[in-house]
Ligand binder design. Structure first.
Ligand code: DQA
Length: 145
């Protein structure tokens, strides 16, 4: 089972970026922990990691996943609240997708309460820090197997 894990803008800065909101782990720490979790869940899970600060690169990556990838976990970061293009790309490829957030977007500023991405996803996990990614993988794995 191939799962693509996409992280959007500014998530490459995790570790030093507003640690009171996003925690002290780097993106690499989160990816390594997720890989360990995945191998314990099922050693046939293959994770591919991708991070970009650019909307078009994320759209390209989702399009290229068509026919190659079984499921997507995406933290679209700020594009969650703005990107019709990423939302449309997910709808195009017909790949089960889960939206993830480190923080609870619903307890923050009003502009973070709307997601253009969630309506195209099988589920959303928000507010559990780096564990949000593990919860998303568990849910996605169970819905795909
Ligand atoms: C985020 C929440 C977004 O609102 C914000 O723009 C981010 C990170 C999160 O993981 O909590 O960059 O997606």
């Amino acid at each position: 089972m191939k799962i693509l894990v996409i992280n959007g803008p500014n998530l490459n800065m995790l570790g030093s970026r507003e640690p009171e909101i996003y925690g002290s782990s780097t993106l690499l720490d989160i990816e390594n922990e997720l890989s360990e979790f995945a191998s314990k869940l099922d050693n046939k899970i293959e994770l591919e990691f991708f991070q970009s600060n650019t909307e078009g690169e994320i759209v390209d990556k989702i399009q290229k996943a068509m026919g190659q990838i079984d499921g997507i976990i995406i933290n679209p970061a700020a594009y969650t609240h703005t990107s019709v293009a990423i939302s449309d790309a997910i709808a195009c490829v017909n790949i089960k997708t889960v939206e993830v957030h480190l923080s609870n977007i619903y307890s923050r500023e009003g502009f973070r309460h709307n997601s253009f991405i969630a309506p195209k996803c099988v589920g959303q996990v928000a507010g559990f820090g780096k564990d949000s990614y593990k919860m998303a993988l568990l849910g996605l794995y169970n819905s795909l197997k």
